[in-house]
Write a protein that binds this ligand. Structure first.
Ligand code: SF4
Length: 379
């Protein structure tokens, strides 16, 4: 079972709520974490396996691509066995969107700019309403309508917002308000400004993401800058980090961004010193070992790994538990005070014991966190 989280306090944009298969997006609901499978959707067993990996990593919603009839047919079995609500993603072929809306999906994501015109959009909205299924209007810089692109001289924030507003007006004229919005560009400032601009114009909840962010390191940093900045301004109701990597990595990155932006808290936090000329221990190795151990902790404690006994405990006095020392002599400390000295080779074992004690004292123990998965991300 994945670790529970603690919702953080802070000003949050007021958005209406949309219920996606039991996961509420918007309002005061926790900002949900989602990813997208990259298996062939018509390969039901592989897709379900990946959905379970996403779920075990902490994913609360999952999106699957629906590019053809085989994918539509697979949706019934996928939605029946998925442990989390399934969102269908349809581009270009409105007839697939109509059929997907009959397959027990929790939400449909479309980009109205590529779905074939207002008449077809209206048919999709009518079917969504018949079946009580919310829609995500996902405007994407790369597929912006030609007229709007020309009017603004490119995929500017204003252009993205105008495109989304035009689509939303169609939905509103049909008295349909069960909508989540995204305004994605691969460029961080454009995405950031588009969401901020939109935040002042509508009260629909926002799905945040930087599209095509790239391989894990670049993609995570890029997403953290854009999504993190918006989250800290109280903007954003669900997050998808788009990495060219395993979808499980997207979940891990999204959870960390939410945690570091102060919007949710998932288990223990690790701080580690950057090391300097006073360092007496292999902090990189020690931090990796400690990080591995605290993955099993669900309590929101702070743990520190510091490079020297002289300065480390004091520098990390706000940590609930810390380790430091040299190759020969290790110490465990709590809030800056050394509570135990052990031979260097016993440091990790001593840390594990003290962690258990701390968790027992506070009444909350560790919980196994399963993380598996393969494959690469999309959008
Ligand atoms: Fe340097 Fe020690 Fe501070 Fe680490 S804890 S940065 S080794 S002084």
């Amino acid at each position: 079972m994945r670790k529970r989280d603690v919702e953080m306090e802070g000003e949050r944009r007021s958005a209406r709520t949309v219920n996606v298969g039991g996961v509420v997006i918007g309002g005061d609901a926790p900002i949900s974490v989602q990813s997208m499978t990259n298996t062939r959707t018509d390969d039901v067993s592989s897709t379900l396996r990946q959905i379970r990996e996403i779920h075990n990593a902490g994913g609360e919603l999952v999106r699957v691509a629906v590019p053809d009839r085989g994918a539509v047919s697979a949706l019934t079995r996928i939605t029946a066995d998925s442990p989390i609500p399934v969102v269908a993603d349809v581009h270009y072929r409105y007839e697939l969107a109509l059929d997907a809306l009959e397959q027990n999906i929790a939400k449909l994501r479309i980009n109205p700019g590529n779905i074939g015109g207002i008449d077809r959009l209206m048919q999709i909205v009518a079917r969504a309403r018949e079946n009580s299924i919310p829609l995500r209007i996902g405007v994407n810089a790369a597929s912006l309508e030609k007229g709007i692109r020309e009017k603004y001289g490119g995929a500017t924030p204003e252009a993205l917002v105008e495109s989304a507003l035009n689509h939303i007006r169609v939905l509103e004229r049909m008295d349909y308000f069960d909508v989540v919005i995204s305004l994605k560009a691969s460029d961080v400032p454009t995405t950031y400004r588009a969401y901020r601009f939109m935040a002042g114009k509508v009260d629909y909840p926002f799905h945040l993401g930087i599209t095509e962010a790239g391989p894990p390191q670049r993609g995570t940093i890029k997403s953290a800058v854009g999504i993190g900045a918006l989250l800290m301004e109280g903007i954003g109701d669900t997050v998808r980090v788009s990495l060219t990597s395993d979808p499980v990595e997207e979940i891990n990155a999204a959870r960390l961004i939410l945690q570091f932006a102060g919007r949710r808290r998932f288990g223990a936090e690790l701080v580690a010193c950057p090391t300097c000329g006073r360092c007496e221990i292999d902090v990189i190795k020690l931090a990796a070992e400690v990080e591995n151990i605290i993955e099993n902790v669900e309590k929101p404690i702070k743990v520190a790994v510091m490079g020297c006994i002289v300065n480390g405990p004091g520098e990390a006095r706000d940590a609930d538990l810390g380790v430091s020392g040299s190759a020969r002599k290790g110490v465990i400390f709590r809030h800056g005070q050394i509570i135990r000295r052990v031979p260097g080779e016993q440091l990790i074992e001593a840390f594990r014991e003290e962690l258990q004690k701390l968790c027992a004292e506070t009444g909350i123990g560790g919980e196994k966190n399963q993380r598996n998965g393969h494959n690469s991300g999309f959008q």
